[in-house]
Design a protein around this ligand. Structure first.
Ligand SMILES: *Cc1c(COP(=O)(O)O)cnc(C)c1O
Length: 481
């Protein structure tokens, strides 16, 4: 037996690289990463040739090793080119993410250490680091020191945590799920619908509260509807307000909605996945008035905090409620009941073993300090305003509402029934060009082109380039080219 063990170990030990092999590997990977970062000076932001990525299927797993250069070559050929280059400052579609470089190095460290960040007993420092970040976000939102939260993989999981906590906080039983009512608007992110369905609440009633001309919930209508539902024996479960809707960037009147939720004693949930960190900027902070009255708040550091994808957050005021909805104790975890324990991520989330996400958030924020983050956010907001004003100077352009945060919409009008088709052709021409990426939406049958400025690499050059591209493509389309 011992002989076989030695034999196996001979092969297995290949998994531990020696220092010189590590260094060689690092150099090649880093050199590839730096080459990529260099291309961002003049990037292709969108490549619609999706068939290029099919080649990755030729590179399935094998028994024998593959040289790192070949792997980087495949990465480059099949993964890096087709689709949206989400690291490019020209990415102004959907809600762009970030990717601050020190986060990558923080991930590197987190992966090398591989600390078990799900449980306090295993990695008290890692858990405390994440709790420190949660505390910072709680303070930013005006939550009391007793509030808690979790660093999640993104907004969708954060919303799921909020939904199940709200559900369990009122001891809603399965036999009454169909009586539950959730209040939102037509512009609420579909992640809430998805979370409700996953939480078993697919049969609950969704009340889409009417919106004003700026796509914001009308609080009076909410008030009436909740009263009506209570009187009819329904169970109001959750009121959602959004700070920065994904489609239009609208901010619901949080303070008024908060008061209604308080009066009717309904869980008040704020979806600030896109807009949350604009609270760091003085000129947008007023939009957050009343956010401290929320029961739960979703933030997405991988959006307005410029971090790489896979970094979300949920803040919950009632620590006991989120704990009750998620905490488990199993026999094989009996060692973990240490004294003076702090809340562990596993106590407040569906996850047990998890990525140590705290590192990728803490390291860049400490390394840079908050000042450049605040400046970048204010700059993005002003760039959206700049675009909103400048695009109106182009003949035939109609714009959406004044941008509340950093998202604005426009379309070309005056072509009668061809309006929507023309705008569809315009966005196709912009996407085919590839230097800037924009996405579109349809609201009440009208096709809008959206511009969301949120990447830390987006500056006035990209916005000016976009304006030039719009004029160029419009001219081409109108001249029939
Ligand atoms: C992006 C977004 C979500 C979903 O978050 P993910 O991080 O993509 O899971 C939810 N709500 C709003 C308003 C968003 O912008």
């Amino acid at each position: 037996m011992e002989e076989r063990i030695h034999q196996l170990a001979k092969e297995a030990r290949k998994l531990e690289l020696n220092k010189s092999d590590r260094t060689r590997l690092e150099n090649q990977v880093l050199s590839y990463a730096h080459n990529f970062l260099d291309t961002l000076k003049d990037p292709i932001t969108y490549d619609g040739a999706y068939e290029k990525s099919l080649g990755i299927y030729e590179h399935g797993l094998a028994e024998e090793p593959t040289d790192i250069q070949a792997l980087l070559h495949s990465t480059d050929k099949y993964i890096m080119s087709p689709g949206i280059n989400a690291a490019s400052g020209g990415h102004l579609g959907y809600i762009p993410g970030g990717g601050l470089y020190p986060s990558a190095l923080a991930d590197y460290l987190a992966d090398v250490f591989n600390r078990y960040a799900g449980i306090f007993f295993a990695a008290p420092g890692a858990v405390r680091l994440e709790n420190l970040l949660i505390k910072w976000m709680c303070e930013l939102m005006g939550f009391p020191a007793t509030a808690t939260g979790n660093l999640t993989s993104g907004g969708s999981i954060s919303i799921l945590i909020a939904v199940v906590t709200a559900r369990d906080a009122i001891h809603l039983k399965a036999k009454n799920y169909h009586k539950a009512v959730v209040y939102l608007t037509e512009q609420t992110h579909h992640a809430l619908h998805k979370a409700l369905r996953i939480a078993g609440l697919g049969d609950c009633t969704l009340r889409e509260i009417p919106m004003d001309e700026g796509y914001r919930m009308i609080p009076e209508k909410l008030d009436e509807q909740v009263s009506k539902d209570r009187a009819a024996g329904h169970i109001p479960l959750l009121i959602n307000a959004t700070i920065g809707t994904t489609n239009t960037g609208a901010v619901d009147p949080v303070d008024q909605i908060a008061k209604i939720a308080e009066r009717h004693k309904v869980w008040f949930h704020v979806d600030a996945a896109y807009g949350g960190f604009f609270k760091l900027v003085e000129s947008t902070a007023h939009l957050f008035k009343g956010v401290e009255k929320a029961d739960s708040i979703v933030l997405d550091p991988h959006k307005s905090l410029f971090l790489p994808f896979g970094t979300g957050a949920i803040l919950i005021k009632n620590t006991e409620a989120v704990f009750r909805a998620h905490h488990y104790q199993a026999e094989y975890m009996q060692d973990m009941l240490v004294e003076d324990r702090e809340i562990s991520p596993a106590d407040v989330s569906p996850e047990l073993t998890k990525h140590f996400r705290g590192m990728r958030m803490w390291l860049p924020l400490k390394f840079f300090g908050l000042k450049p983050i605040r400046a970048a956010l204010e700059e993005k907001m002003m760039l959206a305003q700049y675009f909103h004003q400048a695009v109106q100077k182009i003949d035939g352009v109609e714009v959406g509402p004044e941008p509340a945060l950093s998202l604005t919409m426009f379309r070309i009008t005056g072509l009668a029934e061809y309006d929507n088709q023309f705008n569809q052709r315009l966005i196709k021409a912009i996407q085919d060009d590839g230097r800037i990426f924009l996405s579109s939406t349809t609201i009440n049958g009208i096709f809008w082109i959206r511009v969301c400025v949120l990447l830390f690499r987006t500056h006035i050059e990209q916005v000016k380039l976009l304006l030039a591209i719009i004029e160029e493509k419009m001219k081409g389309l109108l001249e029939g080219n």
